[in-house]
Design a protein around this ligand. Structure first.
Ligand SMILES: Cc1ncc(COP(=O)(O)O)c(C=O)c1O
Length: 297
């Protein structure tokens, strides 16, 4: 089955998809992105991702390339053309193509948009969740606007490569005070020694994870004690449980931090329960996108 990408108004074969060499995303990382899980052919946890997309564009003063309604149609069509049932949708919007010069081009070029789809076997995620993953910790080295989901991800790339070389699946950034901020592509959580769920507050320099926000609400609904409060690496190592959240990982138990076992080295009951609850919730909170309203062209 060929894969199709959406590039600036057209669906093209993924293998042939290309952007201009003077795209500002390519030259300056001057753009933003968004990632949705796809579950049962529908965008998981969709509204939060649309809201963050709008916010990211606003923070960088990049115009939306189309209306939200049109974008939902294009996303649904991307899902449909790729016959995607389970996987991920990646969307990237850059300031557009212009002769290389740091300030914003004037007049502004049309923003450039790319959407790709990737199938992911849910059994792989389930197997990882059943085993738990390892994380390493690395010094925080990112800029001060991690709340914007920009495509400038070099510190994250380096951190995640360090994790891979250490046999781990994620790297947790740790600030100057020894407190965990978040992962290279996920938010970080623990169930502390008192049984409280803890994750960093969004006043900190972190991405406001959509999965994180949904899970906070779900956990509160379940009557779990939740605190948006920083935790140290030492607290994480001695926590009852640890886990990460994100559109790719969903809710993924962590069983090892820097080689130290967490929770006896087995996925915790709270993380496993929250994973099930989150997946059920995400599957039921789909938007129009994914319901394939568009006809094939
Ligand atoms: C740095 C970072 N933090 C957190 C997340 C989790 O965000 P979300 O739950 O919206 O996918 C991501 C996801 O890509 C990320 O890159």
């Amino acid at each position: 089955m060929p894969r199709f990408a959406y590039v600036n108004g057209r669906f093209v074969r993924h293998a042939d998809a290309a952007v201009h060499i003077e795209d500002r995303g390519y030259q300056f990382a001057d753009g933003i992105y968004e990632v949705w899980s796809v579950m049962g052919g529908r965008l998981g946890d969709a509204p939060g991702h649309f809201a963050r997309l709008e916010r990211s564009l606003g923070e960088l003063r990049i115009a939306a390339p189309m209306s939200l309604a049109a974008l939902k149609v294009v996303l649904a069509e991307t899902v449909r053309r790729n016959r995607l049932r389970e996987g991920l949708i990646y969307l990237q919007i850059t300031r557009g193509v212009a002769p290389r010069d740091h300030p914003f081009p004037d007049p502004p070029p049309l923003p450039a948009i790319v959407i790709t789809a990737k199938a992911v076997d849910p059994a792989v995620g389930e197997a990882r969740a059943a085993a738990g993953i390892a994380v390493i910790t690395v010094p925080e080295s990112r800029w001060a606007r991690c709340d914007i989901k920009t495509i400038a991800l070099l510190p994250n790339v380096l951190a995640k490569q360090a994790a891979r070389e250490a046999g781990a699946a994620e790297a947790w950034f740790v600030d100057d005070l020894g407190l965990v901020t978040e992962g290279g592509s996920s938010n970080a959580w623990i169930v502390d020694s008192e049984g409280k769920l803890r994750t960093r507050d969004i006043q900190a320099n972190i991405l406001r994870g959509v999965t994180r926000a949904t899970l906070l609400a779900l956990a509160a609904d379940c009557g779990l004690a939740v605190e948006e409060r920083p935790f140290s690496v030492a607290e994480a190592r001695s926590a009852r449980e640890a886990f990460i959240t994100g559109a790719g990982a969903l809710v993924m138990p962590v069983t090892r931090i820097d080689g130290h076992l967490v929770g006896g080295g087995v996925p915790g009951a709270v993380a496993q329960r929250l994973r099930r609850l989150y997946i059920d919730q995400a599957r039921s909170s789909f938007d129009e996108a994914g319901s394939s309203p568009a006809k094939p062209r």
